[in-house]
Design a protein around this ligand. Structure first.
Ligand code: SF4
Length: 186
């Protein structure tokens, strides 16, 4: 099953508690004014398979879990559900989902709800630039934490850094965090 992915980062400390593998999905039609991740909006792009992504995550040692963000992950609910189900079934990794959909919108949509039931916590709701909030991984203060399991609570997000700069051994510099995926340079 194809999964359109904008970017990945194997080790991030600014996308949830602990060191996390991060997946930015491609495609978002929600159109929040002031979105800081507009490069993820266009649908399509690089298709990855769910199995390939699961293998990449499992090959990364010493991580606490995975964060799936975007783009809008729930506009591709079926590959997201399959990915999260596989990670949960075969590892102890925690799963965080960042989505622009509200809890009500998710609960009213079978495929979206099925995907969210496979994560540990979802951060839900549209980004509102007037309510911008750098800390806590919410983006804006109207967004809500929705714990699905008892693994994470809002308190776990209080010390997540707002931004990080990652320099890979090949010199690639990635800038990420609450301002989304800002790309990489060499
Ligand atoms: S903030 Fe998130 S949900 Fe809103 S338009 Fe940007 S990528 Fe989409």
């Amino acid at each position: 099953m194809p999964w359109y992915v904008h970017a990945t980062l194997s080790r991030s400390m600014a996308n949830g508690p602990g060191t996390r593998f991060v997946i930015w999905t491609q495609g978002c039609s929600l159109g929040c004014a002031g979105c800081f991740n507009t490069g993820t909006h266009e649908v399509g792009g690089r298709a990855r398979s769910v199995q390939e992504m699961v293998r990449e995550v499992f090959a990364t040692e010493g991580i606490e879990g995975v964060t799936v963000t975007g783009g809008e992950p729930l506009e591709q609910p079926e590959p997201l559900r399959k990915f999260c189900t596989a990670v949960r079934a075969h590892s102890d990794l925690g799963i965080i989902l960042l989505t622009g959909f509200t809890r009500t919108e998710i609960e009213g949509h079978h495929a979206r709800l099925a995907a969210v039931e496979s994560v540990d916590i979802a951060v839900t709701g549209r980004y509102n630039a007037r309510l911008h909030l750098g800390r806590g991984l919410r983006g804006s203060s109207n967004k809500e934490y929705w714990p699905i399991t008892s693994r994470y609570s809002a308190a776990d997000f209080e010390t997540v850094p707002e931004t990080e700069i990652v320099i890979a051994p090949d010199g690639t510099v990635s800038i990420t965090g609450m301002h989304g995926w800002l790309g990489e340079e060499r």
